[in-house]
Design a binder for this molecule. Structure first.
Ligand SMILES: [Mn+2]
Length: 385
């Protein structure tokens, strides 16, 4: 399949860093670093028909005697790791290899954002971010009494808020502009929802995402990023509702279901300007029999289908792989990095109101239970509030 019709295979790179998390219990190491292994063990690479780019090995996780007021925990290690990650990502981005980066916690965004910023410094372009996450991860010294866990602060850090060791690597602060970011999937009660709005970062909460639908939401996000030269996708798996995926560092009620995630991903990665994706925070320590890992792999395989399966979806004409209405100046593999994104046009809603699956090749939405809109308390990442 890979290589057919000019498409390149996707490329999987492991980023098993826990450095941005607080210990789950005193003296324990978080389990998120095990996620790449757990996902690989469910044949993720074979099912994505992916090239294997290996692993960026993180330094030792050792939060030491951190206390409130000490700043971002393990900041030097997080910064060093971001540099290593950016160096490994750069050639993959340059080769249009569609990296699928397997975290690890959300602090790996620092590496992805640094890679985009360095590339922008070379080619004069700006790059964007679609930030799919159950939380804003926007805690910083300007809106909180103290900071600590980079995995709950990475959106603030990549926009230049906080410890200069993390925000200003190579003097490149900020790595991303607020107006080049779109946040999707946060909960209504997120502590920093108003802060990101005030900062100029547009967002859709889960109820809005659901009301608008995934095709239109993906098109909306792409349109907001249409003057960038391409965008990265951050996927924190805690965007999923804990009833379907509780095996995350900080579950919050009121998330989306697997079918919704698959459609959202498929519509986003089908946009020619989509450069790659990172997957964060899945914690195999909460998944002893591996069943959640299997379901997550199913969702990633379905959601990334436009990038690994260039065949038309069953029952679709050949042209479905390049849907009408999507002109593609920045086609995957084109090397046309300086072109701006052409907005993906959402298909009209199906007459019966069902979610359109016209272009994604998806055919198996699940009947998972979807939680009632919750009053979930989001105590982010466990640092004492
Ligand atoms: Mn997150």
């Amino acid at each position: 399949m890979a290589g057919e019709r000019g498409a390149k295979p996707v490329t999987v790179l492991d980023a098993p860093s826990n450095l941005g998390l607080t210990p789950p219990t005193a003296g324990a190491v978080p389990g998120c670093a095990k996620a790449p292994g757990a996902l690989r063990d469910h044949d993720l690479l074979a099912r994505l028909d992916a090239h294997d780019a290996g692993c960026v090995v993180p330094p030792r996780y050792d939060p030491g005697e951190w206390a409130p007021g000490d700043g971002v925990n393990q900041a030097d290690q997080v910064a060093d790791y971001a540099v290593k990650l950016a160096e490994r990502l750069a050639p993959l981005l340059a080769d249009d290899a569609f990296p699928v980066l397997l975290g690890g916690d959300c602090s790996i965004l620092l590496g992805s954002a640094l890679a985009l910023r360095r590339r922008g410094a070379e080619d004069g372009a700006r790059y964007g971010l679609v930030f799919i996450d159950g939380h804003t991860d926007f805690r910083h010294p300007g809106n909180a009494d103290y900071v600590g866990a980079a995995g709950g602060e990475e959106l603030a850090l990549v926009t230049g808020r906080g410890d200069a060791r993390l925000t200003n690597i190579d003097g490149l602060k900020p790595y991303l502009r607020e107006s080049d970011i779109v946040v999707l999937g946060i909960r209504d009660d997120d502590a920093y929802r108003m802060d990101i709005t005030a900062a100029g970062i547009p967002h859709r909460t889960v109820p809005v995402l659901r009301a608008e639908g995934m095709p239109r939401t993906a098109a909306w996000a792409a349109s907001l990023l249409s003057d960038t030269a391409g965008f990265w996708v951050h996927l924190d798996t805690d965007v999923l509702d804990p009833t379907v995926l509780p095996a995350v560092d900080a579950p919050s009620d009121g998330g989306i279901g697997y079918g919704e995630l698959e459609h959202l991903l498929a519509d986003l990665v089908a946009v020619p300007g989509c450069l790659g994706i990172e997957v964060t925070v899945f914690d195999p320590d909460y998944d002893p029999d591996g069943s959640f890992a299997g379901e997550l792999v199913d969702a990633l395989v379905a959601g990334l289908r436009p990038r690994w399966d260039r065949r038309p979806a069953p029952g679709q004409p050949e042209a479905a792989a390049e849907p009408a209405g999507r002109s593609t100046p920045l086609a995957a593999g084109s090397g046309n990095r300086h072109a701006t994104i052409t907005v993906a046009l959402a298909a009209p809603p199906a007459a019966d109101g069902a979610v359109s699956r016209r272009s994604t090749g998806l055919g198996w939405p699940r009947d998972e239970p979807v939680a009632e809109p919750g009053i979930g308390v989001s105590s982010r990442l466990g640092w004492p509030e």
